[in-house]
Every structure is written in C-alpha cells, then in structure tokens.
Ligand binder design. Structure first.
Ligand SMILES: Cc1cc2nc3c(=O)[nH]c(=O)nc-3n(C[C@H](O)[C@H](O)[C@H](O)COP(=O)(O)OP(=O)(O)OC[C@H]3O[C@@H](n4cnc5c(N)ncnc54)[C@H](O)[C@@H]3O)c2cc1C
Length: 261
C-alpha cells in the first residue's frame, strides 16, 4: 500500500517586509505579502526524499490559513508534492497554537496519513509546539527536531542533535516528525515543476467539513492572547570612538555610562 506522507506547511508574513499587528493585536495578515515558511521548506524536502526512496508514496501538503495561503501550497507543489489541502474559514481569525493543532489533527484524520512531517517552528509565531500537540491529539508517537530521517519497514528513524549528544530515535508508523534547518537544503522548484503545480489538485475545507465548532478556534477559543504590543523603538545613531592614543579609555568610559540588562 502507498505510503501516505502529509507535510504541514504554514503561510507566514514575509519577514523582509513591514510587519504589523492589526487593531485586535493579531498579526496583520491582510496588508502584507506572505510566503511558505522557510523552515517548512525543509519538511517538504525531507518528505520528497522519502518518497523518492520508497516504492510507492504520495506527498500531500496541508495548510491552515487565509485565502492567500494557496501561494504556500503552490510553492510546495512546484517543489514536487502531489496534492494539497487548504483549511480556510473566517472563524479561524485569532486561532492560537492549540486551535491550530486541533484543525490540523482533524484535517489529517480526513486526509489519512502514515507519516506527518512538520517544520521545527514557524518563522512568524515560532513557538515550535504544534508538532507535539498534533501527535498528542492524534494519539501517535512524536519524533521531533530531527536533522536526519529515514522510513523503513513500517518505522521512522532519525537523528536529533543536541548540545551534548546526538540521539538516534525510532517510532512505529503512523507518527509525527519535525525536521530542523540542518536536515539538508531544500530544492528550488524547476520551471517544469512550477508549470506542473498549476494542474495539481488543491482541496479546500472549512470548519464544518471537519466537524469543528467556531468557538473551539478563533479568538474565543484561544488559550493565549496578546494583551499589549508596542512598536520597537527606532534605532539611534551609533557613537564613533576616534582613537587618538586614548581609544581604550574612551571605550571604557562609554561602556561605564551604558545600562546593561
Ligand atoms: C488565519 C490565521 C489567524 C491566526 N491568528 C492568530 C492570532 O490572532 N493569535 C495567535 O496566537 N495565533 C494566531 N494564529 C495561529 C498562529 O499563527 C499559529 O499558526 C499557531 O499559533 C501555531 O504557532 P506557531 O506558528 O508558533 O507554530 P509552531 O509550533 O512554531 O509551528 C511548527 C510547525 O507546525 C506547523 N504549522 C504551524 N502552524 C501551521 C498552520 N497554520 N498550517 C499548517 N502547518 C502549521 C508547521 O509545520 C510548522 O513548521 C492564526 C493562524 C491563522 C492561520
């Protein structure tokens, strides 16, 4: 039977652009350009490599996000994924990590999966908790933060590099894994891949398709809330120390006058 790999990919505001909070202190996703979270490109790459090694495998990419999140799906399809699922619903506005993991888990049960591959963290929220929450909700093993992974004989094995040691981990499928930015460069989509992606299927689902009530997600269902946010102060001009034989003394005096946290 075909190995069903699902990669969770997030559409995030472009970090090189001007990012803001909206009036309700949620991230402004309407007035900024977005893209596939760079850290999720590594997850797509690993899924494609597993597919290439397997006799028979299929890669589905899954996102929970606004209408424009299809851009992230198309990018993953142009890299080589086979099909995509997009969960989109106005009631998702303000959903936190717990709510996101609920929606992803229900969508995964709808799609069917043997292996879920996630990024190590998103490049906007950056909490790095969704893969673990997802495994808990699905009741399957989690093998997180892998820099190398392989699927063989109904199990996933991988290496997690820590500060003091590298661990070899293993779990029976079905399982959720997350991969780090050390897992190998993500491929660039080829022109052929970009053209082929236009014809690949993208299924769109809303909350009712997944049996989720509006108050389980969104700001009402969120367990975390941003209470206050302030613009970062503009950078001030630096101090230039001109060394005329007493540079060291000047530096010491400058540092003595600074406040350090
Ligand atoms: C339309 C919309 C509005 C939102 N509004 C808010 C808000 O107001 N306040 C708030 O706290 N949160 C909000 N969220 C949720 C938030 O942006 C995060 O998706 C969620 O909190 C997960 O946290 P994270 O990004 O830090 O995930 P991490 O745990 O850092 O992500 C790890 C991995 O999980 C997967 N993943 C995470 N999010 C998604 C996703 N959406 N789709 C597919 N895969 C994913 C990716 O593989 C990612 O690499 C909103 C999300 C959406 C889609």
């Amino acid at each position: 039977m075909s190995l069903r790999i699902v990669v969770t990919v997030k559409y995030v505001p472009d970090a090189t652009g001007d990012r803001h909070f909206a009036e309700d202190l949620t991230v402004d996703r309407d007035d900024v350009d977005g893209l596939l979270s760079e850290l999720d490109e590594y997850a797509v790459e690993q899924a494609l490599q597993i597919k290439e090694e397997a006799d028979d495998a299929e890669v589905t990419v899954l996102t929970v996000g606004p209408e424009d999140a299809t851009d992230a799906l198309r990018k993953a399809l142009s890299m080589g994924a086979d099909k995509a699922v997009h969960v989109e619903d106005d009631d998702l506005h303000g959903t936190d990590a717990l709510g996101t993991s609920l929606v992803l888990a229900k969508a995964l049960e709808h799609i069917g999966y043997d292996l879920v591959v996630s990024g190590m963290a998103s490049t906007d929220g950056g909490m790095g908790v969704v893969p673990a929450m997802l495994a808990e909700r699905l009741g399957v093993p989690q093998v997180t933060l892998l820099s190398e992974l392989k699927v063989e004989d109904g199990k996933v094995t991988g290496r997690r590099d820590g500060d003091a040691a590298s661990e070899q981990l293993e779990a029976a499928l079905p399982a959720v894994v997350s991969v780090t930015d050390q897992s190998g460069e993500a491929r660039y989509p080829s022109f052929k891949g970009i053209m082929a992606a236009k014809k690949k299927p993208v299924e769109t689902l809303d909350l009712s398709d997944l049996g989720i009530e509006a108050d389980e997600v969104g700001l009402d269902g969120a367990w975390t809330k941003v209470e206050e946010a302030a613009e970062r102060p503009a950078r001030t001009a630096g101090t230039i120390v001109k060394d005329e034989g007493n540079g060291g003394k000047q530096l010491a005096e400058f540092l003595a006058g600074q406040k350090f946290i």
